[in-house]
Design a protein around this ligand. Structure first.
Ligand SMILES: [Fe+2]
Ligand SMILES: [Fe+2]
Length: 277
């Protein structure tokens, strides 16, 4: 298969919810996420009906990604605590878990790590919607999964090209497929009516200066890079990206703040089991 046109890649990625390679539970989750009038009750009911899904939701909500004090033991409590926007993102992360592993070994760990880092930074800068920022970290690279599912052969070539030519994965995706994972992820997030801050943080996590930067974009950009530098998981990139000036300016972190953030991330990651599922 050869490189596709940008418009063709977009069309194919946006049709992702109906691909046969997606496991049935993920298909149901995607349908639920995409429905217009989604209520908390409906989501609680949906998750509670599926034991494996309930166990995954409870495990992730009790992990350092969220870090609520005390143990959360019921789905309704979990749903109330994180709210509908963050819940949709979390379900997307969960539904993509198996496919993340298939797309790229270590991508799940990279995503969890970025979520943990995003939470630490969001807390330090005093943001209110910490769960939303955490979720933005969890699913920032969801476009890699989308491209991997839509173009499995080409995506293998992307990973090979990154290794051989030592280029960033965004560049290899553009050269070989015709669009990059940040674009692909944002098309999905838009199609699934995710909150705009989530769509933007997926779209601009590699180039926050392309848009008048928001806190969430800056946090995901920084978290992604910190986790790569710490060597946790695998994002596909051979090197960590340069942190753009606009992210530093937006966050205005001091050296002391950064030190605290690094310690917190390291402790959270170390306290975690090897796999969250
Ligand atoms: Fe990325
Ligand atoms: Fe990433």
């Amino acid at each position: 298969m050869n490189k596709q046109s940008y418009a063709d890649v977009r069309k194919k990625v946006e049709r992702l919810s109906s691909l046969p390679t997606i496991p049935p539970v993920a298909t149901k989750i995607l349908k639920l996420i995409g429905s217009e009038n989604i209520s908390l009750n409906k989501v609680t009911e949906f998750i509670s009906r599926d034991q494996a899904l309930s166990a995954r939701v409870l495990k992730i909500i009790n992990s350092p990604v969220y870090g609520f004090p005390g143990r959360i033991s019921s789905i309704s409590q979990a749903v109330m605590l994180i709210g509908i926007g963050a819940l949709k993102g979390m379900l997307l992360g969960i539904s993509m878990f198996d496919m993340m592993h298939k797309t790229m070994m270590g991508l799940w760990e990279h995503s969890i790590g970025t979520a943990v880092a995003a939470k630490a930074i969001a807390t330090k800068v005093g943001m209110k919607e910490i769960e939303d920022v955490s979720v933005a970290g969890l699913i920032h690279d969801i476009g890699k999964v989308a491209l991997g599912i839509c173009y499995p052969e080409l995506y293998k070539n992307v990973i090979i090209a990154v290794g051989e030519k030592k280029i960033y994965i965004v560049e290899a995706e553009e050269n070989i497929i015709g669009a990059n994972h940040a674009e692909a992820g944002s098309w999905l997030a838009r199609k699934w009516r995710f909150p705009l801050s989530l769509v933007n943080s997926i779209e601009y996590h590699h180039n926050p200066s392309a848009r008048h930067s928001s806190m969430t974009i800056a946090i995901v950009h920084l978290s992604d890079t910190i986790i790569k530098m710490m060597g946790f998981g695998f994002s596909g990139d051979p090197f960590a990206h340069r942190i753009e000036r606009i992210a530093w300016d937006t966050l205005a972190l001091t050296g002391e703040d950064l030190k605290g953030i690094f310690i917190e991330i390291e402790e959270a990651i170390l306290s975690q089991e090897t796999s969250i599922f």
